[in-house]
Design a protein around this ligand. Structure first.
Ligand SMILES: [Zn+2]
Length: 309
């Protein structure tokens, strides 16, 4: 990201210049009294330079972080005041949340507040509804409930569209997708995915799985990367790759055949199935089920979900 580059340049440049100046002052002059003046002048120049070049950027970042912290504090206070209302909404629309024990519902809801206050929700061709940030954030929190890093930090914006939509050169309409600009979801398909929480078809979970992979493997270095998740993903792939290869060779299993498209789609479909059909997946592809439990540090069959921590 350009902002990160700017900070790195400033940090990398400053120590080198200071070191050169110190060396010059000692070697060229015995006038000890001049050294502080030289250093002081250079230091003043450096501070002004840094303020001019990096100041606005740093101030904007600081203000943004401050606004976000304030919004989260307000969100958590609002959650205390209206917990029952939000609890009823998520129980109605999110089968995973509904299956949680009471203490875990509280933890889940707090993560939702953090997540939705770290994102912009932009409606493209439909009216904004208050429930949108809650329900979409819940889909993200659900798949990352066992992980330390759950904010998908790389993404600032979630775009909400009314129906299927056309994107790029693709002929087939999209229900959702993820790219460097954000996470895109069609609202009618999102609601349909959660209205039947047992058919293994859920675009909200599917796109959040893509987003989690994007943050950790495709976006480059970013604060949302989770080293523990990345390490565990290689263990997951040792189990998942052979199943994916079999599907590419025409073998079928309980996963939707769309999983054979490529490994990225296999991942997203496997996560959808893991949450919507955990019992069947555990019976028919037990190694894949256990690999997903280990990777996501949760077991959807258990009431408390989270395995460690
Ligand atoms: Zn996909």
């Amino acid at each position: 990201m350009p902002g990160d580059t700017l900070i790195n340049q400033l940090r990398d440049t400053a120590p080198g210049q200071l070191a050169d100046s110190l060396f010059g002052a000692h070697s060229l002059s015995t006038r000890a009294a001049d050294e502080p003046v030289t250093l002081s002048g250079f230091f003043t120049f450096l501070v002004i330079f840094c303020l001019l070049v990096g100041g606005p950027f740093i101030i904007n970042r600081f203000l943004e972080a401050w606004r976000r912290r304030r919004a989260i504090r307000a969100g958590l206070a609002e959650l205390d005041d209206h917990f029952n209302e939000h609890d009823a909404l998520l129980q109605q629309f999110n089968g995973y949340y509904k299956s949680l024990t009471q203490p875990m519902r509280r933890k889940f809801m707090e993560r939702v507040v953090w997540f939705m206050n770290s994102k912009q929700f932009e409606c493209v061709d439909l009216e904004f509804e208050d429930r949108m940030p809650w329900l979409i954030s819940a889909a993200a929190v659900q798949i990352s409930f066992g992980l330390d890093k759950y904010l998908l930090d790389f993404f600032d914006t979630i775009f909400i569209l009314r129906h299927n939509y056309n994107y790029g050169v693709y002929q087939k309409p999209f229900e959702g997708h993820v790219n460097s600009q954000g996470i895109y979801l069609s609202w009618d398909n999102f609601l349909r995915g959660f209205s039947d929480y047992t058919d293994g078809d859920n675009v909200g979970i599917h796109e959040m799985a893509h987003a989690l992979a994007y943050v950790n493997f495709m976006a480059g270095a970013n604060s949302g990367q989770d080293e523990k998740f990345i390490q565990r993903f290689y263990q997951f792939s040792a189990v998942a790759r052979p199943i994916f290869n079999e599907m590419q060779n025409g073998q079928s299993n309980m996963l939707n055949s769309y999983a054979a498209t490529n490994y990225n789609e296999f991942w997203a479909v496997a996560v959808e199935t893991f949450f919507e059909k955990p019992g069947s997946l555990n019976i028919e592809l037990p190694d894949l089920y256990q690999a997903l439990c280990h990777l996501l540090n949760q077991d959807p069959i258990k009431p408390d979900k989270i395995l460690n921590g």
